[in-house]
Design a protein around this ligand. Sequence first.
Ligand code: F7E
Length: 329
Amino acid sequence: MKTKKKTAIITGVTGQDGSYLSDLLLKKGYKVVGIKRRTSLICTDRIDHLYDNENFVLEYGSMHASDWMYRILLKYKPDEIYNLAAQSHVRVSFDNPVETADITGMGTLRLLEAIRQTCPGAKFYQASSSEMFGDNPEVPQNEKTALMPASPYACAKVFSHNLVRNYRIGYNMYACSGILFNHESPRRGETFVTRKITKAAARIKLGLQEKLYLGNLEAKRDWGHAKDYVEAMWLMLQQDTPDDYVIATGQTHSVENFLYFVFGVAGLNVDHHVEIDPKFFRPHEVPLLLGDPTKAFTKLGWRPKYDMVKLAEDMYESDLAIELARMQK
Ligand code: F7E
């Protein structure tokens, strides 16, 4: 007997995680409905390779509104919904706190409420974040660590995180939060610090750029590869009961370490090319993130394949190839 193809809805499908999750679910035989907000400039680079895939559909929708949510949920009757849409840049959230709270916080409430009213049996994944631990000095951080958000972005993520628990208990919905620590890749946005460093190193190496300006080099992050982390998202929705999980590598490195490692791989001298610019500092910094993924290891059987070194090499090699290809055009 032929089993019915599963349907998944992914908000934020044009982002790093949305694109890797689409790749993964399509490979597993899902139909994927990707939601993107309308922009006058086309920004679908990360999913352009899926354009001809008959199991991949794009629909418009903004987290500021909910009319489309009811329409799309009734139209596709999804088995799984992954809420990856957000204003996800922490520094930007200090400048645009209201917009961030509306997309990253209220957007989740709009979606949960639309699911509750149209398809309460669907499984829901929420992209929670290690930023929610904020400046809590307790390490390593696990699912029980107190949340002390240190930015409008993190406050909005805490709001969403609490809602997931509320809908799970209050309405018996299958709703999970993945508390994902920083995850990067060659598809990472260019203003996040890892990609900023690997892209600049490639451009400096090729003589296309002289200087790289950075902010706080002392901050420490637990960096993993986004490709590994989307597998954890999927695993969370395949369990018998819904729950929240920390997804991390269990290793932490400073921004300075990451910078020296990448410049070392490129054969570049940090002192010649890197300068500190106060505009990249944050009003309230998160100094140290280090995750304890024991629960995900034991309950989901999840393991990351990449550590910081493999991740940084992957990103630098990709940026070098991109810049070389641009030069040859
Ligand atoms: O900053 C420091 C900065 O912007 C990392 C998002 O995906 O992960 C991400 O949030 C650290 C911070 O990521 C620059 O002060 C120094 O301490 O790469 P980032 P983030 O803020 O940790 C979490 C898990 C999320 O959920 C978020 O959505 O690097 N830093 N110099 C800098 N950061 C940036 N962006 N640019 C600099 O020049």
